[in-house]
Design a binder for this molecule. Structure first.
Ligand code: MEV
Length: 340
C-alpha cells in the first residue's frame, strides 16, 4: 500500500495479487500523513443470484473504473468527503452508512487508538449499476486504513471488512463482489473460495449502462421469495446457472469466443426467467444483438444497472460502444481480459 507524506497523491503501487504495496513513513511526519487505498470495479459473467445459493460464479475485474480512499488522522471525530456526502460522520445520510461501516470495521481490526479520522473518497464507479461500487469502496477504505495504521491486513481481513460493509449496503452478500474487486484477474468463486480463471485468448468486453439504478438487495430478496413460492421452477434455473458458470469457464480456458458468447446469452434468458431483468436491460440486450455481440447479458443484481457484451475483437468492441450509445445506453466502458 502506498503511504505518503501530506501533499500530492501518487498512483498506488500494485502487488502481484492486485493489492497495494506499502511503504513505511517517516516517524517525523507521522501526524501529517495521508494513506491511500484503491480497488477497481467488477463485472459478473456467470452465476449472479445463483451464487447466493452456493452455485459457482465467474467474474472479471473492471480496471477502467476505480475507487480511491485517502485517510489521515485528525484531532477528533470522523469527517467524510465523498460525492454523496461531505461533513461529520454523525450527520451522514443512510446511503453513506456502508462507507462508514467499512471505515469503523477497518479501524477496529487495526486496533486504532487515535482520536479522529478524515476520509476522502474519490470514485469513478457509478453507484447502483451492478459494477461493485459498494464493495470497491469498502476494499479501498480497508487498504487505506491498513496503510495508515501500519498493519498487515491480509486478503481475509480486507474481505471481512468489505463483508461488514456489504451487509449494510445489500443485506446478505455471497462475497463474490468483494472478492472480484480485490482481484487483478478473472476469478471463479465457489463457497467463498476463489481461484484464478485460465484464459486461452484475449477477450474483449463492453459494458453498457441502462441509466436505471439497480437495487441488488431488493433483487436478491425477490429471487428468494420466488424460490420459496415456486421451488420447482426456480431450483432448476439456479442449477443451470451454476452449470453454465463451469461451462463458461472452460470456454474462457480454450478461448472459444463463440461458445462463451452463446452461454452468456443463455444466462441472460435464465436471469430474465428469474425475474431480475427489466425493459431497460432487454432493450440494451436487443441492441447488443443488432450490434453483432457474440454474447450479451445483464450483469450483477439486475432490475436496472448494466449489461456486459462479448465483442469479436478490440475494433468490434469500439464499434459496439458507439452502437449501444446510439441505442440509448447512458454510458459504456470497454475492458479486455488477456490470455493467461
Ligand atoms: C451482485 O453483484 C451479485 C449477486 O449475486 C448478489 C451476491 O452475490 O451477493 C446478485
Amino acid at each position: 500500500m502506498t503511504t505518503e507524506v501530506d501533499g500530492s497523491y501518487p498512483a498506488a503501487q500494485r502487488t502481484p495479487d492486485g493489492g497495494l504495496a506499502s511503504t513505511p513513513i517517516s516517524p517525523a511526519v507521522r501526524d501529517e500523513r495521508t494513506a491511500i487505498g484503491a480497488a477497481h470495479a467488477k463485472a459478473i459473467l456467470f452465476g449472479e443470484h445463483a451464487v447466493v445459493y452456493g452455485a459457482p460464479a465467474v467474474a472479471i475485474p473492471l480496471h477502467a473504473l476505480s475507487a480511491t480512499a485517502r485517510v489521515r488522522p485528525r484531532p477528533a471525530g470522523t469527517h467524510i468527503h465523498s460525492a454523496l456526502f461531505r461533513g461529520e460522520a454523525d450527520e451522514a445520510p443512510a446511503r453513506v452508512q456502508p462507507l462508514l461501516e467499512a471505515l469503523y470495521s477497518a479501524l477496529r481490526r487495526a486496533g486504532h487508538t487515535g482520536q479522529g479520522v478524515d476520509l476522502r473518497l474519490d470514485s469513478t464507479i457509478p453507484y447502483e449499476r451492478g459494477l461493485g461500487s459498494s464493495a470497491a469502496v469498502a476494499v479501498a477504505v480497508a487498504r487505506a486504513v491498513a496503510a495508515l495504521e501500519h498493519c498487515d491486513f491480509d486478503a481475509e481481513d480486507v474481505h471481512a471488512i468489505a463483508m461488514d460493509a456489504e451487509k449494510i449496503a445489500h443485506g446478505k452478500s455471497s462475497g463474490l463482489d468483494p472478492r472480484t474487486v480485490a482481484s487483478a484477474v478473472p476469478i471463479r468463486f465457489l463457497d467463498g473460495k476463489v481461484a484464478a480463471v485460465p484464459v486461452g485468448a484475449r477477450l474483449d468486453f463492453v459494458l453498457a449502462d441502462t441509466g436505471r439504478a439497480g437495487a441488488t438487495g431488493k433483487a436478491v430478496s425477490a429471487v428468494r421469495r420466488r424460490l420459496e413460492a415456486e421451488p420447482d421452477v426456480v431450483t432448476p434455473l439456479i442449477d443451470r446457472l451454476g452449470e453454465l458458470a463451469e461451462i463458461g469457464m472452460s470456454c474462457m480456458a480454450t478461448g472459444d469466443r463463440e461458445a462463451l458468447g452463446a452461454h452468456m446469452c443463455e444466462v441472460h434468458r435464465h436471469l430474465a426467467e428469474l425475474g431480475v431483468s427489466d425493459l431497460t436491460l432487454e432493450r440494451l440486450v436487443d441492441a447488443a444483438d443488432r450490434a453483432g455481440a457474440m454474447g450479451a447479458k445483464l450483469t450483477g443484481g439486475g432490475r436496472g444497472g448494466c449489461i456486459v457484451m462479448l465483442a469479436r475483437d478490440e475494433e468490434h468492441a469500439e464499434q459496439m460502444e458507439s452502437d449501444l450509445r446510439r441505442a440509448g445506453a447512458t454510458r459504456t466502458w470497454r475492458t479486455a481480459v488477456e490470455a493467461a
